[in-house]
Design a protein around this ligand. Structure first.
Ligand code: NAD
Length: 301
């Protein structure tokens, strides 16, 4: 009933995901290149901290990776003391990181030759979703059998587990969604700023947009104007939430993918420039809805 699971990358997201697996009774072997990230797991009865990615694999049926970027996922899977080197045939490697589609598909190909099942399963829901086990997993799995196998484990860490299609399709869904979010947040901030500067009350404008055709998640659930959502990042000087630098990373993945396959994304490109500029203006760590503050404080020249 309980699985042996390797877990690699216990940063902001991974530490909560691993904790939820441990609390559910699974047996974990945990690795992170930063020893500080392992301290909280030392001494837990069904968790063991290990020295290399390969060490997480021994006796494990599943290995989960939650790492910053594609190059690191590739190194952990195929470099020295790697996951793929140590995994026995039939092992499921579930990469939950947000990385480029091309690297993920390449890793799935290499894995298949070794009879390892590689699945991309990026998440939406942020650190709070990771902590509360309410994440959405967008799963790119080659077969429905692969999907069903990983779903059992992912369900411990999230509440929506969706089979997006074959290898790479989970990531494709994730970056398409986040590009749309980046664009819609900028659009919402522009509309709110214009309306308020034209003399509208912020609450009246919000109510009107949210009952009209401009309504979207950014206007309704995550309004960027301080004071509209009392518990949102915008009302806390844009602290917490989803950092501009992380949004910038996700849009650049969309840009790379679009370039690779020659898809036109003019607003995605423009959004990338805007978030790039925000990170350079000292807002890198602020929530991405800080675009409203920037527009509000920087009138047209
Ligand atoms: P993080 O930087 O906090 O954690 C990454 C962890 O990986 C760190 O603990 C780091 O020490 C470790 N690491 C780096 N290189 C390693 C290596 N070679 N071997 C082993 N461990 C290594 O990042 P995070 O916020 O937890 O995000 C992880 C992934 O999830 C990213 O791809 C991110 O884009 C994605 N994501 C994050 C959020 C969020 O809100 N933070 C939301 C959705 C998706």
């Amino acid at each position: 009933r309980y699985a042996n699971i390797g877990f690699i990358g216990t940063g902001n997201m991974g530490k909560f995901m691993a904790t939820n697996l441990i609390n559910a009774g699974h047996h974990l072997k945990i690795f992170d290149s930063n020893k500080q990230c392992l301290v909280q797991f030392q001494g837990k009865s069904n968790a063991k901290c290990v020295e290399t990615p390969a060490d997480t694999v021994k006796d494990s049926n599943f290995v989960i990776t939650m790492l910053p970027i594609g190059k690191i996922v590739r190194d952990v899977c195929t470099g020295n003391n790697s996951v793929f080197g140590a995994a026995k045939p039939g092992t499921y490697v579930i990469d939950c990181s947000t990385i480029d589609v091309a690297t993920s598909q390449k890793l799935a190909e290499i894995a298949e030759k070794k009879d390892i099942h590689f699945v991309d399963a990026p998440v939406s829901g942020g650190v709070t979703g990771a902590e509360k086990a309410t994440l959405t997993f967008m799963v790119g799995a080659k077969t429905s059998n692969d999907f069903e196998k990983v779903k059992e484990i992912l369900s411990v860490m999230g509440k929506n587990i969706v089979h997006a299609g074959t290898n790479g399709n989970g990531l494709a869904a994730k970056i398409a969604n986040n590009m749309l979010l980046a664009i819609s947040m900028i659009a919402t901030a522009e509309a709110m700023n214009l309306g308020i500067k034209l003399g509208l009350d912020k609450n009246v404008l919000t109510k009107l947009i949210n009952s009209s055709s401009g309504r979207c998640w950014s206007s309704e659930m995550y309004n960027p104007v301080p004071g509209i959502m009392p518990t949102g990042a915008a009302s806390n000087d844009y602290n917490g939430g989803f950092a501009c630098e992380l949004m910038q990373k996700d849009i650049s993945l969309a840009l790379d993918a679009a370039n690779d396959i020659k898809v036109n994304i003019p607003l995605g490109e423009h959004a990338s420039k805007i978030y790039n500029n925000l990170t350079k203006c000292g807002f890198a760590k602020k929530d991405f809805s800080v675009i409203y503050k920037y527009l509000n404080e920087n009138p047209k020249a």
